[in-house]
Design a binder for this molecule. Sequence first.
Ligand SMILES: Cc1cc2nc3c(=O)[nH]c(=O)nc-3n(C[C@H](O)[C@H](O)[C@H](O)COP(=O)(O)OP(=O)(O)OC[C@H]3O[C@@H](n4cnc5c(N)ncnc54)[C@H](O)[C@@H]3O)c2cc1C
Length: 711
Amino acid sequence: MSKGKLILIGVIAALVAGFVFFDLGQYFSLDYLKSQQAAIDATFLAHPLLTAGGFFLIYVAVTGLSLPGAAIMTLAAGAIFGLLWGTVIVSFASTLGATLAFLVSRFVLRDMVQAKFGDKLKAINAGIEKDGAFYLFTLRLVPAFPFFVINLAMGLTPIRTGTFYWVSQVGMLAGTIVYVNAGTQIARIETLAGILSPTLIASFTLLGIFPLLAKKIVSMVKARQVYARFKRPRRFDRNVVVIGAGSAGLVSAYIAAAVKAKVTLIEKHRMGGDCLNTGCVPSKALIRSAKFLSHVKRAPEFGIRSASADFDFAEVMERVQKVIREIEPHDSVERYTGLGVECIEGEAKIVSPWEVRVNGQVLSTRAIVIAAGARPFVPPIPGIDQVAPLTSDSVWGLRKLPARLVVLGGGPIGCELAQAFARLGARVTQVEMLPRLMIREDPEISAMVLSKFRAEGVDVLLEHKAKQFLVENGEKILVCEHAGKEVRVPFDEVLVAVGRVANTTGYGLEELGIPVTKARTVETNEFLQTLYPNIYACGDVAGPYQFTHTAAHQAWYAAVNALFGSVKKYRADYSVIPWATFTEPEVARVGLNETEAREKNIAFEVTTYGIDDLDRAIADSEAHGLVKVLTVPGKDRILGVTIAGEHAGDLIAEYVMAMRHGIGLNKVLGTIHIYPTLAEANKYVAGNWKRAHAPQGLLKWVERYHAWMRG
Ligand SMILES: Cc1cc2nc3c(=O)[nH]c(=O)nc-3n(C[C@H](O)[C@H](O)[C@H](O)COP(=O)(O)OP(=O)(O)OC[C@H]3O[C@@H](n4cnc5c(N)ncnc54)[C@H](O)[C@@H]3O)c2cc1C
């Protein structure tokens, strides 16, 4: 804790101790006030400004220090200054004092509380950021909540100080008036409890709840308004229409059919979407062939004197297509029709909140799920049109290996494909404008990937910004800027992998006025509802993640909410999201890494285990990488895990399960892992954590016990 905070705590503690020690509480009682009223009145008449000023300061101090006495002082204000001035003085003094208490709590405690419980407080923080003023107003008006608790608790939340001040002032006004008014007839008051009658308490409570109710009603009216310009069909042909048959759309349709809803799935291109046709499946198939070649090159490491591979790139790419064909039946029209889904090939267009047009036919439906996916983003770099850039959509059509390939982008897709093409024999130059590959991961993970890439011959150019594409004497050149200088990279093909952009145009969103976010994804609420509560969006089109498993995860929420939302709606839960990048070393993550924990100011401990020490990894000649676990300081609760190494994407599953179900490192350690497996790394990192937290004091005594036992 900083020196400033310690001093502040010391000062406050001294003042509170002084209050208790000198029994100052006796001066804040009804009896004392009544007994001193004549003297106070005389002082006020003699020195009105001084009395008002002194009263104001004492009031601020009492509320600022969260001391008991504010209620009595409010009565006193009525007795001394009358209803108008009493109210004015108390209103400002109480708000100022409350704000001071709020600021002290924020300064001293907020960072600590947020660091310790930040992940648990996420929902509260989000709620306060969105509706903090409403909640505070309600709390201020409902007399059941003591004001000093509200001040201190609000200081721990992200509510803005200005908002806290004015909402407090307005929210406390009604109560202030009641008390000050009572104070004007102080002689008649016997107890403090009598001031607020049950009817008055109930009225305040209603008044407090009113803004929240009003907000709900406004949002219901707004929801009705967005539908106002459309005619709602009297009956619907379908329960739900799903647009797009990628991971998100397929799962949505599957769930709808499983619960016997009438569902139509519309796909304009290929069933299976990106993942099957141009994403996960082809990339992993290509990576497998490339990995085989890398093993051939590493033959001596396995005790094989020499090995060579004779291959044709076109055949490797044909294998990729064969893999797609083998998996295709899982996502086929036949399978889904068999499951009870009506599949339509064609381009869907939403024409009203309840109608979708496809192939000239208009389908009426209670709900719509948009699962239209994303496409590669091609940046508008001057000259890019002249060089016919490849993207993750088109690269699978290559049958001739480019001799010199530029991969633009150092994210997961760029990295996976750069390494695969290099292993297949292309001279790959990977260009990234940021200082690291895979920027979302921790720096040492990026460094591991970088060093492997460079060792395998990928020319990785970091902090190189692509400025222009040129064609000079028939040769394609990428011009980059690096440290203020121009760098020219000649190439035969360029693969652009600088991100993916959601498909949000051309199928009715613009006409319906469905908004998109800053990230250019369809805007949804936590239930995955768009502006029209019966139109949902999931998968890449909705973000925030762009993975097959997150698309499928969201699809469950979209489908269930679309079908059963009038009974019960579920908030999409993003608390434990894993992912992997299938480079070598493979990198997998769940939860926080160090970089994010620091950015979010969440306290953590790091425990690592080097896979270079693992028996199975050594036996496999794959002794590289690490498991890195972030835990709550002093506890075994897991905040996040990063694994770099062979089969990291599989190994992380144990930690995904642990985090999802609140299992800590002690339990991972207490679980039998088969020897010799890579999965043992998960246990060993838990062992490292345990050793670091061994009770040293106790162990000293145990050592003495053993010595004593030896005689
Ligand atoms: C090279 C690459 C590798 C990847 N590797 C992985 C990986 O290893 N693991 C992983 O989890 N993720 C990976 N991804 C990401 C993954 O492919 C996507 O996150 C996933 O496919 C998203 O699914 P989706 O259903 O949201 O969208 P999509 O799969 O894009 O499906 C959307 C579908 O909607 C259709 N559509 C759009 N508009 C209309 C319309 N108006 N009417 C009818 N149909 C329409 C499209 O034709 C498309 O078929 C990879 C992506 C790429 C590009």
